[in-house]
Write a protein that binds this ligand. Structure first.
Ligand SMILES: [Zn+2]
Length: 290
């Protein structure tokens, strides 16, 4: 049974047991497609898989009943064919095909690989960077600039309205969604802004209403590509819906028994919407299933 994952940057000097290798070609992950289900390759080295990462990073280890399972990530050059029995797969659809903890670590790995790839040179003086000895960071040997993995905080907010006919939830359809889907509002935090100010600003900009009673709901790392989603709930305060047509196609108030197509698990958007639907469903038939 895998226990808590321990993050580390220095690999063991004597790796004598197979390690888990999270190898990416672009944003696609190498997985085994054997009969027993999708697996992350377990190998003493990437070379043993017949692959030669252009860069690799040690991620840390799981303690498996006293035995450490070390984990690495790396980038494989494009056009490299996968080894026999393996394939390159987009990460997001692998949920829930992959063990949930491995899916989470694959999300960490893709962010580290992406950061490793995009921080090869100092952003201040252009010198080639080196890995920091102790921290997950890149250091410039010429000017000393240290660059950590990029993390973009974003808020995501469920706005609810109580009305005589029952509660309603505000959902919007973004133009960028590849399939018609309605979700709660979200947006990136700007410099100098508190999370609550960001919630108020995003709602004001996107649908033109005001809210109150902003409450923390939870958070979720979202490695597509490097966000940290901080979720809130808020109550409608005033104003008429006025949709910002640069980002949204439409927005509206929905009842719990008439929800449109919403984002699938494991997104925190799904948790925000389904938890509200369960709390507010008044019907006498089965609960909303999603
Ligand atoms: Zn520099």
């Amino acid at each position: 049974m895998l226990s808590t994952f321990k993050t580390a940057v220095t690999p063991p000097s004597d790796l004598d047991q197979p390690a888990l290798w999270f190898l990416f070609q672009g944003y696609r992950l190498l997985v085994s497609t054997a009969d027993e289900g999708l697996q992350i390759p377990l190998s003493i080295s990437a070379d043993n898989l017949g692959l030669h990462p252009v860069r690799e990073q040690y991620l840390g280890y799981w303690d498996d009943n006293g035995q450490r399972i070390h984990c690495f990530c790396g980038e494989i050059e494009k056009d490299t064919l996968p080894p026999s029995g393996y394939s390159w797969e987009s990460l997001r659809p692998l949920y829930p095909l992959l063990d949930e903890r491995l899916f989470w670590l694959a999300g960490v790995a893709i962010q580290i690989v992406d950061w490793d790839r995009t921080h090869q040179y100092c952003g201040r003086c252009g010198q080639a960077t080196v890995n920091h000895k102790k921290d997950r960071a890149k250091e410039c040997p010429q000017c000393g600039l240290v660059s950590f993995p990029r993390l973009d905080p974003a808020i995501i907010v469920r706005v609810q309205k109580r009305s005589p006919g029952g509660s309603k939830i505000l959902l919007a359809r973004a133009k960028r969604f590849p399939t018609p889907m309605f979700s709660v509002l979200a947006g990136f935090v700007e410099p100098g802004e508190t999370l609550e100010e960001c919630v108020e600003r995003e709602i004001g900009e996107e649908v033109g209403i005001t809210v109150h009673n902003i409450q923390y709901f939870g958070s979720q790392p979202w490695p597509f590509p490097h966000s940290l989603m901080v979720a809130f709930t808020a109550d409608y305060d005033g104003g008429e819906l006025s949709v910002d047509s640069t980002e949204l196609a439409e927005a509206g108030w929905f009842s719990p028994d008439a929800l449109p197509n919403i984002p699938p698990p494991p997104s925190i958007a799904n948790r925000l919407i389904t938890s509200w639907a369960r709390e507010n469903y008044m019907g006498d038939s089965v609960e909303p299933s999603q």
